[in-house]
Design a protein around this ligand. Structure first.
Ligand SMILES: Nc1nc2c(ncn2[C@@H]2O[C@H](COP(=O)(O)OP(=O)(O)OP(=O)(O)O)[C@@H](O)[C@H]2O)c(=O)[nH]1
Ligand SMILES: [Mg+2]
Length: 493
């Protein structure tokens, strides 16, 4: 997601990290920020205003005189991105005791029908029963598509064998929902067109006037950039949208739509579609999106994803342990297993702050997976007592563990050091504010502590110099000790 803009902005922000910042290179940096936005298909006006705001903020915080202008400017850019995409409003204002009508609209192929299904799935999980309404009479197959979705989710779909108008279908559906008595949300799947046209707008406006949906949501394909934003404006003028759902953010969207739509239309982005499957709908969070755009990662999403995968009780137990500083190697391994369960390692790495920039080529990630497996192997070769108390691990235990996991004693050492650092940091983090935690995570990312690939690089460098001969080193030390002992004996004589 947004790889282009992330690289562009990171490049632009590096202008602020070249020794002392002057008015001159400040302007270069700002121009590069604007360029990165334009390349991501952000509208010119939005990009221009964005950069002006950064300039004002930078002047206000006296950034030229500060010691770490880059950090400050990243902070300012992050905040401006959040302002640009927010504020957010996830509510659908579902009403008690009456049927809430949600009308979906948008251009052809934007993802309306799929999103109807996703929204119904989300609401179902909240204990609300939806009815889907097949009001797209344009595209052959549209009705069947919705029926299949309804079947998959286990929800009723209202459709007519010989429909006359979309408005009639919607009105009849509302009557049917009222009769059924157990439907609380009616979701209208309307037709799309390749471009905004009057016939489509008339049809939608008529439904809007007669049925007065509580929510009119625009489904917008994030891959279409500025076009999407222009059509959003037209839909909003005709229908007074309550919110936007951006779809296909899992693809290679350039970011233009996400960044401009709120400021151009004034309508909040409520949800984002991040895949074709029914559960791939997420609440939109501008701070997280800004973090991802800047390559600072998305710890919160990662945490939520982890929470879905991990057993909730186990998670809570680990959190408590972390708070008390009792996080052990067993927990460490469990976490790593959990991470592997979460899916592709490259997706996960992108979400960890500081890792975005360090993402290796995709082939090398297999190496990172191997590295994780190796770490698991090392922990498996320890005795339960060693896992609970790694301080027990002396030289001979280290050799045994290395042998058992087919690696070198220094790999065991490295893991233990990493674990110690991480457990220490986790403990320090426990009492800190969210912002502080974020910063600490970033440091962890940059120091390579969370980055198996950094270890991989180290291994590669070693192999260029030739493998380190630890045995020879140990023999040498042993000999030195022996010699020293002899010398002491001699001295005593
Ligand atoms: N990758 C990805 N694909 C999506 C997402 N949302 C929808 N799609 C795909 O986009 C295509 C079009 O989706 P539909 O839901 O049929 O779009 P529509 O707006 O109803 O299209 P019409 O009814 O023809 O106007 C389908 O292949 C969907 O699987 C998403 O968030 N991510
Ligand atoms: Mg459709």
């Amino acid at each position: 997601m947004f790889e282009g803009i992330t690289k562009g902005l990171q490049g632009a922000l590096s202008f602020f990290n070249r020794g002392k910042l002057t008015e001159h290179n400040m302007q270069d940096g700002l121009r590069a920020v604007q360029q990165a936005l334009l390349e991501a298909d952000v509208s010119y006006q939005v990009a221009r205003t964005f950069v002006q705001k950064i300039e004002e903020e930078a002047a206000g915080t006296k950034i030229l005189e500060s010691l770490n202008p880059e950090q400050q400017i990243v902070g300012i850019v992050h905040q401006q991105l959040v302002n640009l995409m927010g504020p957010v409003d996830h509510s659908l204002n579902i009403r008690r005791g009456e049927i809430t009508i949600i009308m979906m609209c948008g251009l052809q192929g934007s993802g309306k029908t799929t999103t109807c299904g996703k929204l119904a799935t989300m609401l179902k999980a909240e204990g609300r029963r939806c009815m889907l309404v097949a009001a797209d009479l344009q595209r052959p197959g549209a009705v069947d598509q919705l029926k299949i979705l309804g079947e998959q989710i286990g929800l009723p779909v209202y459709s007519e064998a010989q429909p006359t108008t979309a408005l009639k279908v919607c009105a009849n559906a509302l009557a049917a929902a009222k009769r059924s008595q157990d439907v609380s949300v009616l979701i209208l799947d309307t037709a799309g067109r390749l471009h905004v046209d009057q016939a489509l707008m008339n049809e939608l406006e008529e439904i809007d006037r007669k049925l007065q949906p509580h929510q009119v949501l625009l489904v917008c394909d994030s891959m279409t950039g500025q076009d999407a934003v222009n059509s959003a404006k037209a839909f909003n003028d005709a229908l007074e949208l309550n919110g936007v759902i951006l779809t296909k953010l899992d693809g290679d969207a350039r970011g233009g739509a996400a960044l401009s739509i709120r400021s151009v239309t004034g309508v909040p982005i409520k949800f984002i579609g991040v895949g074709e499957q029914l559960e791939k709908l997420e609440k939109f969070h501008p701070e997280r999106m800004a973090g991802r755009i800047l390559g600072m990662g998305d710890v919160v999403s990662l945490f939520e994803k982890a929470q879905e995968q991990f057993d909730a009780e186990q998670m809570e137990a680990q959190r408590q342990k972390m708070l008390k500083g009792k996080f052990t190697l067993v927990d460490f391994k469990e976490q790593m297993k959990g991470i592997r369960k979460m899916g592709s390692i490259s997706d996960i790495m992108k979400m960890i702050p500081g890792m975005g920039q360090m993402m290796p080529a995709s082939g090398e990630l297999d190496g990172a997976e191997d590295e994780m497996r190796k770490i698991e192997g090392i922990i498996d070769s320890m005795t339960p007592r060693e896992r609970e108390n790694p301080d027990l691990i002396d030289n001979s235990r280290r050799r045994r563990i290395a042998k058992g996991s087919a690696c070198e004693p220094h790999d065991v050492n490295k893991l233990l050091k990493q674990f110690k650092d991480m457990a220490g940091l986790m403990q320090q983090m426990a009492g800190k504010s969210k912002m502080e935690q974020f910063r600490m995570f970033q440091q962890m990312g940059q120091s390579g502590m969370l980055n198996p690939d950094a270890q991989l690089q180290a291994a590669k460098m070693r192999s260029k110099r030739g493998p380190e001969d630890f045995r020879a080193e140990a023999e040498k030390k042993k000999k030195q000790r022996k010699d020293a002992k002899k010398q002491r004996k001699k001295n005593r004589k």
